[in-house]
Design a protein around this ligand. Structure first.
Ligand code: MN3
Length: 200
């Protein structure tokens, strides 16, 4: 019943030159693996094994911080790898583009807003495109491993797209140049996955 590290749908070097293979290998094989193992250990300690992850996150403030820190670390990376692809980039189509135009004015305006949220998140964290409770798209960032499904999130919602802005996500390739990493991210977004999340 333990949570498992999901298989990547592409090889470590598949996202080059935008994301380098060494970063991918360490990020997935070391960081994400550690979150996975530590999350399972924290769930056992709290007697939460077998509970749906959404339910755990909706009550996360009631548990020891390890559940939030490692549970977010486990889940957020799942979403991140899934919303990346070597055949990515460009603009979304269909319902996603329509919703973006409706709620941000244009794709370019959304891009600026999301990039700003990612660039200005102070310290470690994530930027998100979410669907809020009024079925409106919103952009926000969270610190450390908090995500919008958690009861501690300042911006609750259903996550549709995310970028990891912890230094371990980009430092080997981009050093302190987080904005360059964020620019590169736009070339590897899997908009089909975003569309699936919007529908689901
Ligand atoms: Mn990470």
């Amino acid at each position: 019943m333990a949570f498992e590290l999901p298989k990547l749908a592409y090889s470590f070097d598949a996202l080059e030159p935008h994301l380098d293979a060494r970063t991918m290998e360490i990020h997935y094989g070391k960081h994400h693996l550690a979150y996975t193992n530590n999350f399972n250990a924290a769930l056992e300690k709290e007697g939460l094994v077998g509970k749906p992850i959404e339910e755990i996150f909706a009550n996360v403030s009631k548990y020891q911080a390890a559940v939030m820190n490692h549970g977010g670390g486990y889940y957020n990376h799942n979403l991140y790898w899934e919303n990346l692809t070597p055949n990515g980039g460009g603009q979304p189509e269909g319902d996603v583009l329509q919703a973006i135009n409706r709620d941000f004015g244009s794709f370019d305006q959304f891009k600026v807003k999301f990039s700003q949220a990612a660039a200005t998140q102070f310290g470690s964290g994530w930027a998100w495109l979410c669907l809020d409770k009024n079925d409106k798209l919103c952009v926000c960032s969270t610190s450390n491993q908090v995500n919008p499904l958690m009861d501690v999130a300042a911006c609750p919602g259903k996550p549709l797209l995310t970028i990891d802005v912890w230094e371990h996500a980009y430092y080997l390739q981009y050093q302190n140049r987080r904005p360059e990493f964020i620019d590169a991210f736009w070339n590897v977004i899997n908009w089909e996955v975003v569309a699936k999340r919007l529908k689901g």
